[in-house]
Design a protein around this ligand. Structure first.
Ligand SMILES: *Cc1c(COP(=O)(O)O)cnc(C)c1O
Length: 419
């Protein structure tokens, strides 16, 4: 199968129909002009070269038109978010009516919980994965507190088994069987940020819905990485950021999904602002609130156009390439990465990410026995940017849009030497 040689890696890049994309990104360099081996697209995706042009266009239209840019700009600001909807819906496998770009991720989770976490005296608990991203945990805990429940009682953790790192769906099933009547919401990461495990969203939806639990998915590490097919999965809502695999710039706006079966329900409790009011009468300013149908009905404010311009640049790239082609390269690239790591003959290393490509995205989380943060610093000295998670895990994401087989080969060579 694979070969552990530079020639082989270079040949893979030659055969890769997507290798031309690397040139469309700014690859950071060290002070001698050598490109970094960048494996942290799961934290902040690199900048597409075209992004500057998209943002510049909005700056130009602002200079030229002032407030009239809302109507007169080449891409008018008033409906600007609509230019993102179709492309974003394709990336997550949703209908356009189910998706909107707005706010930031944690804000969206809260706004969605306003509508979908409606605890009662009997049914109020929230399930999260024990290794949930800290922000998600804080958000959920604060919702419990806000509604008058305490965390010890209200928060249910879905744990890996003793001595294991990955979650088992059977264990969620058992939680729901035992406590399902008391559980209002299951909120988990579609792809876990730490282990890289990609959960079966459809199964989770089936299990939860049997006992009338709402299913929310944090897709921060899944969007632009796996094919989550949100509509078909049947989950109730999801939210994600755009600065990781979606390459839309630090702190850029987030996305939100509300399944069609809820999207038209005007009776769902929610917070309001002028941007989820009927757009035909928005500027009459004197009309009583009339909520918009679809995911747009969760917006509050007129959005930051400069951030949306960067998202539009990125979505146009995803649209040109297609998620299927990206995912196909991703599986090969990560497969090669895994092969090379397994070639390092040491018992100090263990990949904790699932071996089955269907249960992971591009990220591999490598556990290194008896290592500490110094290993991470040594990697940085060798121009390798990875993400260190205490106590002993290196998270590495070879991103199919801009990472090469050569990157992966060189990275593992250096890791081998450092060990
Ligand atoms: C990156 C990430 C966040 C970050 O939330 P922000 O609101 O964008 O700061 C939250 N949750 C998960 C699972 C993440 O991966």
């Amino acid at each position: 199968m694979h070969q552990n040689t530079l020639e082989y890696a270079l040949q893979q890049d030659k055969n890769d129909p997507l290798s031309y994309l690397r040139k469309e990104f700014h690859i950071p360099k060290d002070k001698h002009g050598n490109e970094w081996l960048y494996f942290t697209g799961n934290s902040l995706g690199l900048q597409p070269k075209r992004t500057q042009k998209y943002i510049q266009q909005e700056l130009d239209d602002w200079a030229k038109f002032g407030v009239e840019g809302h109507f007169e700009g080449k891409t008018p600001w008033l409906p600007y978010h609509e230019f993102l909807t179709e492309g974003m819906a394709k990336i997550v496998g949703a209908k356009p009516k189910e998706v909107v770009v707005m706010n930031t991720l944690t804000t969206n989770l809260h706004l969605l919980m306003v509508s979908f976490y409606r605890p009662t005296k009997e049914k109020y608990k929230i399930v999260i994965e024990s290794d949930a991203f800290p922000s998600d945990r804080y958000a959920v805990e604060s919702q419990l507190n806000f509604h008058g429940y305490n965390i010890e009682d209200g928060l249910v953790e879905w744990n890996p088994r003793e001595g294991e790192e990955l979650l088992k769906i059977e264990d969620l099933e058992e939680i729901i069987e035992n406590e399902g009547e008391e559980i209002a919401l299951i909120l988990v990461g579609g792809v876990n940020y730490y282990t890289g495990q990609y959960l079966d969203l459809k199964r989770i939806a089936e299990i939860g819905h049997r006992r009338n639990c709402i299913i929310g998915i944090d897709l921060a590490h899944g969007v632009g990485n796996v094919l989550p097919k949100l509509h078909e999965s049947g989950i109730d809502f999801a939210a994600w950021c755009t600065y990781k695999y979606l390459n839309s710039g630090p702190g850029s706006l987030a996305g939100l999904f509300v399944h069609e079966r809820h999207a038209y329900n005007k009776n769902l409790p929610r917070f309001a602002g002028w941007w989820n009011h009927n757009k035909d009468t928005r500027f009459n300013m004197r009309q009583p609130f009339d909520v918009m149908p679809g995911a747009e009905g969760w917006q509050l404010s007129n959005p930051p156009i400069l951030s949306m311009a960067a998202i539009r640049a990125s979505i146009d790239m995803f649209d040109e390439i297609g998620m299927d082609a990206l995912r196909s390269k991703s599986e090969r690239l990560t497969g090669y990465f895994e092969f090379l790591i397994n070639e390092i003959k040491t018992d100090r290393i263990k990949v904790i990410t699932p071996k089955n490509p269907k249960e992971r995205g591009c990220q591999l989380s490598i556990q290194v026995k008896n290592a500490d943060k110094k290993l991470h610093e040594k990697l940085i000295n060798e121009n390798i940017i990875t993400d260190w998670r205490e106590p002993d895990v290196i998270r590495c994401a070879p991103v199919p849009m801009y990472n090469s087989f050569e990157d992966v080969f060189r990275m593992v060579e250096i890791l081998r030497k450092l060990l």
